[in-house]
Design a protein around this ligand. Structure first.
Ligand SMILES: Nc1ncnc2c1ncn2[C@@H]1O[C@H](COP(=O)(O)OP(=O)(O)O)[C@@H](O)[C@H]1O
Ligand SMILES: O=P(O)(O)OC[C@H]1O[C@](O)(COP(=O)(O)O)[C@@H](O)[C@@H]1O
Length: 314
């Protein structure tokens, strides 16, 4: 079983417009609402592919009730931590040319008791059934200190599971001191952590290696249209796959990629290939719909050991 922990879940609203024009009224070509938050999406992708998972998340307010209803409809098993303030809504504006603009709320402030309840709930599923991984994912809402993921990693290790972290900023930096088994930055997060722009594959590999030096055992860095790299004790691998059709929505692609990696064992080139297959499948689907087996083409993924460091990223 793979447990996901989302301190700051969301209702993800996606509104499609032909073209976004600042200051003007737009009529939506279509709109949808999906359950959201990074760990929630990882669990949704795992369920869509028949893998055992449990999504640990905070819930509050009417939005929290709607989120639980949507997760129930999707068949996602949930470990709920009720909190006093309501779940946030995140808005994505999707333009016809594939441009996405995201407006993410900061989320409800959590009280110290609620934070401790969330950390206890994160480990609770392992009391019934062993967990291979506990993945802490997404931004932290107000009131939660940047040591949250470091605490989660320590408790994960004590519970006998492996720890994955997918977040950004100070919470990401602090998580490294607890030595997570896996981190999943995207290109922006790699650049932020390395304090340098990532223009080439070599830049990405150097930044990933720096994260390993700071404590991460393995780094799965997703690079958008350029696929992903895995940097671990065995070396460096790069995987990419052609996109079969147009980009429908990149929202949740990184979450699908992390789900694919963990579902395929959470280590090595085969798991990297699965990450890219699931991520590529996700971008072909609208909103943050998670890919099912029929959407995923593992055979289309090309994996390279010792990739060209001079490859310029798109
Ligand atoms: N434009 C794209 N074309 C093809 N694949 C993509 C594209 N964007 C994302 N992907 C796939 O989704 C994965 C995750 O996307 P990425 O944008 O790196 O993550 P995040 O959503 O965390 O920012 C990539 O590793 C890649 O496999
Ligand atoms: O917790 P954050 O960083 O605000 O991100 C939350 C958002 O990220 C998502 O999980 C999508 O993530 P990615 O596009 O990075 O894969 C949305 O569902 C959610 O609205």
């Amino acid at each position: 079983m793979i447990v996901t922990v989302t301190a700051n879940p969301s209702l993800d609203r996606t509104i499609a417009v032909d073209r976004l024009r600042r200051g003007e009224i737009h009529r939506a070509a279509s709109d949808r609402v999906d359950p959201g938050g990074k760990g929630v999406n990882v669990s949704r992708a795992l369920v869509a592919n028949g893998h055992a998972t449990r999504a640990v998340l905070t819930t509050g307010g009417h939005a929290g009730t709607e989120l639980l209803d949507l997760l129930g409809e999707a068949g996602v098993p949930v470990e709920e931590v009720p909190v006093s303030q309501g779940v946030r809504s995140n808005l994505t504006i999707a333009e016809a040319d594939g441009t996405v603009t995201k407006l993410n709320e900061s989320g409800p402030a959590l009280r110290p008791t609620e934070i401790e309840e969330l950390l206890v709930a994160a480990i609770a599923p392992t009391l019934d059934r062993p967990a291979s991984w506990i993945a802490g994912c997404g931004s932290l809402p107000p009131g939660v200190g940047p040591d949250f993921y470091a605490l989660l990693v320590e408790r994960t290790r004590n519970a006998g599971a492996r720890a994955a972290v997918d977040t950004s900023g100070p919470a990401f930096a602090e998580s490294l001191r607890a030595r997570p088994d896996l981190v999943k930055p995207n290109r922006d997060e790699l650049a932020e952590a390395a304090r340098t722009p990532i223009a080439t594959l070599g830049d990405a590999v150097r930044a990933a290696q720096a994260l390993r030096d700071q404590g991460a055992s393995a780094v799965l860095a997703s690079l958008g249209a350029d696929g992903a790299i895995l940097v671990d004790a065995a070396g460096v691998h790069h995987a990419r796959a052609p996109l079969a059709g147009p980009v429908a929505s990149t929202v949740g692609a990184g979450d699908a990629a992390l789900a694919g990696f963990l579902a395929a064992g959470g280590a090595g080139p085969d798991a990297l290939a699965a990450a890219v297959a699931w991520g590529t499948a996700a971008v072909a689907l609208p909103g943050s719909i998670m890919p099912a087996p029929a959407d995923i083409d593992l055979a289309a993924v090309e994996v390279t050991a010792a990739p060209d460091p001079d490859l310029v990223l798109r």
